[in-house]
Design a binder for this molecule. Structure first.
Ligand SMILES: [Zn+2]
Ligand SMILES: [Zn+2]
Length: 345
């Protein structure tokens, strides 16, 4: 709340009085990227979900700059996040969307009534000396990285005026921007967007939120396949965190990237498309033409699902052509569904 207060009072005052220069703009974006990727790549995909293995340098940088995001330690973050996945939309979900958009966004942090968790679900991280060290010194580290570091760079660049600017813009304002981007994953990513992989929980996919959250906006996929290092799994989806992990793997700084096989992903999409077709067909007031279209799409999907089950039973190899066909059928079914939502509803 202190940083939020300063971000809406002192930061605009500084900008109004002294203006902005390229150094401050550069430092703001550098800190935003360094701390942002430390959360998405480090706290989330590496430490919480173990979706790949990383060189000590990547681990060190992400715990140091992650502290500067002011989102507490890896240990507490991962503990709460793993609970979120396990109990999503239920009472034990720390940022449960069923308690409202504001609660999921920041209310859960403002009115923390429950005692500190027991850290039972992070036994692996409790054995990691780097994580334990970060947890012990988290508050000191957070202040040093978030505020002292940019202010010192500012001082070296242009004296006290620049130090104050760096503290307010690349420190305080950047903390607030990054915190709210992260909070959006817990709130808006469970509120707006599509559910192509599963509608079992509230998580949704949104390209717009993916831009704000460095790729975490493909949250429906992430909740369905949390051990995949990718969130935006399709080639055209915007997932800068996935791109960075991939680049790091090419230079040998990360390895053993975990991917869900394309076939498994498509079968999840197939099941979800079938379920939605069924639901739409059961809707009252559908025209005869709409029903016929939907029923046709539904039977085609049933047919292809049947084929896949048989092939699986016979342990036959999945060919590229089969995957293409499956992809085509799902695309046809979802476009019919989209059309039925607009024209036949
Ligand atoms: Zn979620
Ligand atoms: Zn997650």
């Amino acid at each position: 709340m202190g940083t939020l207060f300063l971000a809406v009072t002192a930061a605009p005052w500084y900008l109004f009085t002294f203006g902005i220069d390229p150094f401050l703009i550069g430092l703001f974006f550098f800190m935003l990227a360094a701390c942002g990727f430390s959360i998405t790549l480090g706290y989330h995909r590496l430490f919480s979900h173990l979706t790949f293995q990383a060189h000590w340098l990547v681990r060190l940088l992400t715990v140091v700059f992650g502290a500067g995001a002011f989102e507490n330690s890896v240990l507490l973050w991962a503990c709460e996040h793993r609970s979120h996945h396990k109990h999503v939309d239920h009472d034990d979900d720390p940022y449960c969307i069923s308690k409202g958009l504001f609660y999921a966004h920041m209310g859960w942090l403002m009115f923390k009534l429950k005692p500190e968790p027991q850290f039972e679900n992070v036994a692996d991280l409790k054995k990691d000396p780097l994580v334990v060290w970060q947890d012990r010194y988290i508050h000191l580290l957070a202040v040093l990285v978030a505020f002292v570091f940019p202010a010192a760079l500012g001082y070296a660049w242009g004296g006290w005026k620049e130090a104050l600017g760096a503290f307010l813009i690349a420190g305080v304002l950047r903390v607030v921007v990054l915190q709210h981007a992260t909070f959006c994953i817990n709130s808006l990513c469970h509120y707006i967007g599509s559910q192509p992989y599963s509608s079992k929980c509230s998580a949704r996919d949104s390209w717009l939120l993916a831009i704000i959250t460095l790729g975490e906006g493909y949250h429906n996929y992430h909740h369905e396949f949390q051990h995949d290092y990718r969130n935006g799994v399709k080639p055209w989806q915007i997932d800068p965190t996935k791109w960075l992990i991939w680049v790091l793997s090419k230079v040998g700084l990360v390895k053993k990237l975990r991917r869900v096989p394309a076939e498994k992903i498509l079968l999840a999409e197939l099941a979800e498309a079938q379920r939605r077709l069924e639901q739409t067909l059961a809707r009252p007031g559908l025209t005869e033409t709409a029903s016929a279209y939907l029923a046709n799409a539904y039977h085609r999907l049933m047919g292809i699902a049947q084929q896949w089950t048989e092939r699986k039973a016979q342990q036959l190899e999945v060919t590229r052509e089969m995957l293409t066909e499956l992809r085509r059928e799902i695309r046809a079914a979802t476009s019919i569904l989209r059309l039925s939502g607009v024209r036949f509803a």
